[in-house]
Design a protein around this ligand. Structure first.
Ligand code: SAH
Length: 349
C-alpha cells in the first residue's frame, strides 16, 4: 500500500533511506502545495530517480472519490470518499460569490456522540481518521478550486465526527493546513465545531487561541439539551459555559453557537428567552440551522421549524442584544447535511 504524500515524516524518512538529502523535501512541498502538480513526474526540480521513488511509495489520494455532486446553482459540491479501508466519509465545498470558499471536513468515520437528530450519530463510531486523511480532504478541495481559478479560504471541522475525540490528529492537521509552506489557510479562517466536550475545549483554548470555535448548543437548558444530545449528561451546560467563558477570556474571540431548529422539540419561544438570558453580554454569534431531514430519520419523526417561527425566535433573541443569522440550507438538493450520504451508503452495504 502507498503512503499519503501529506505524511511529511514518511516522505522525509524514505528520502533519507534512499540517500537523498532532506532539503529536497522543500522542492516536493513547493510543487505539491503551491503548484498543485497532479503527477510526481511533473516535478522537474527533482531528479528522475527521486520522482520514481515518490511514484513507488506515495499517492496524492489514499481515498477514492465515490461520488461527487454539485448542486444546481453550482454553489455546493459534495464529495463522498471511499477510504482505503472501504469506509465512506464526506466533505462539502460551499462557494460564495465573494470568494469566501469554504470546505467542511470530516474527522471520524461515524461518530459516538449519538445526537438524536444526526445521521452520522446513527452510524456509531467506526474509527478516527488519520491526520493525512483529514489533510487529503482539504488538499482535494484546494486543488479542485484551484482548477476553477478560485482558492480555498475557510475550513470548518463540521463534517462527520466529533473533532475533540480525535484531538491529536485534529491538532496536527490544523497545524499542517495553516502552515505557510503548505495550504496556508489563515488560522482564524479555520473553525472547529464541537458538541461540547469540555476537556477538548480547554486544550483547544491553549493550543489554538487564533482558531475559531463553534459549539453545537441546540438548547439553552439541560432538560431539552440532554433529551437530544447525550453529551449533556457528561458535560452539562454550567460546565460547558464555564469553559467557553474561559475561552473568550483567553482569546477575546467570538464563539459561534449552532442552534438546529426542530419543530416542537427545541423551538418553543420560551426557549428563545432562555437562550437570550444564557448568552446575554457574551461574545457570541448564534447560527440558526433549519433541521435537515434525512432518509431513515427514525421514530423521532423530526421536522424543520417553519420559517416564521425561526424568525420570531431570532427577534426574541435580539431583545437580549444577541446577534444571530438564519442559515440557508443551500445544500438541500444534494443531502449535504452531516453524514447523510455516507449513511445511505452504509445502509446499501
Ligand atoms: N460533532 C461536531 C461537528 C459535526 S456536526 C458538532 O457536534 O458540532 C456539524 C453540525 O451539523 C452540528 O452543529 C450538528 O448539530 C449539525 N447537524 C447534525 N445533523 C443535522 C441535521 N439533520 N440537520 C441540520 N444540522 C445538523
Amino acid at each position: 500500500m502507498k503512503y499519503s504524500i501529506h505524511n511529511e515524516d514518511k516522505v522525509k524518512e524514505i528520502l533519507k533511506e534512499n540517500g537523498f538529502p532532506t532539503f529536497r523535501y522543500a522542492q516536493i512541498e513547493n510543487a505539491v502545495y503551491k503548484n498543485f502538480v497532479t503527477d510526481f513526474q511533473e516535478i522537474q526540480t527533482i531528479p528522475k530517480k527521486m520522482r520514481d521513488l515518490l511514484d513507488e511509495n506515495f499517492t496524492f489520494n489514499t481515498f477514492e472519490v465515490d461520488t461527487e455532486k454539485t448542486s444546481e446553482n453550482g454553489q455546493t459540491t459534495k464529495m463522498l470518499f471511499k477510504t482505503s479501508k472501504w469506509e465512506f466519509i464526506e466533505a462539502v465545498i460551499m462557494r460564495h460569490k465573494t470568494g469566501r470558499n469554504t470546505l467542511c471536513v470530516s474527522c471520524q468515520v461515524g461518530c459516538p456522540m449519538a445526537c438524536t437528530f444526526c445521521a452520522t450519530g446513527k452510524l456509531g463510531l467506526l474509527r478516527n481518521l488519520e491526520t493525512s486523511e483529514i489533510i487529503e480532504q482539504v488538499y482535494y478541495a484546494a486543488e479542485l478550486l484551484n482548477k476553477e481559478g478560485q482558492f480555498l479560504r475557510n475550513v470548518v471541522y463540521m463534517g462527520m465526527g466529533e473533532p475533540f475525540l480525535n484531538y491529536e490528529n485534529l491538532k496536527t492537521s490544523i497545524n499542517f493546513i495553516t502552515h505557510q509552506k503548505k495550504i496556508a489557510i489563515a488560522n482564524r479562517r479555520v473553525t472547529v465545531s464541537t458538541c461540547g466536550i469540555v476537556p477538548g475545549i480547554e486544550k483547544f483554548t491553549k493550543d489554538f487561541p487564533q482558531t475559531s470555535l463553534a459549539i453545537s448548543l441546540h438548547a439553552p437548558n439541560d432538560e431539552v439539551r440532554g433529551s437530544i444530545m447525550p453529551v449533556d449528561h457528561t458535560w452539562p451546560l454550567a460546565k460547558l459555559m464555564k469553559s467557553l467563558d474561559d475561552y473568550v477570556d483567553a482569546t477575546n474571540k467570538r464563539i459561534f453557537y449552532e442552534y438546529i431548529m426542530i419543530n416542537g422539540v427545541n423551538d418553543n419561544i420560551k426557549l428563545a428567552d432562555e437562550l437570550g438570558r444564557l448568552l446575554k453580554g457574551k461574545l457570541a454569534h448564534v447560527n440558526f440551522i433549519p433541521y435537515n431531514a434525512w432518509e431513515g430519520t427514525d421514530s423521532d419523526g423530526y421536522q424543520t421549524t417553519p420559517r416564521f417561527i425561526i424568525e420570531k425566535f431570532q427577534k426574541t433573541l435580539e431583545k437580549y442584544g444577541v446577534v444571530s443569522t438564519i442559515r440557508h440550507t443551500m445544500w438541500d438538493d444534494i443531502d449535504a447535511a452531516c453524514g447523510q450520504l455516507a449513511n445511505k451508503k452504509e445502509d446499501d452495504k
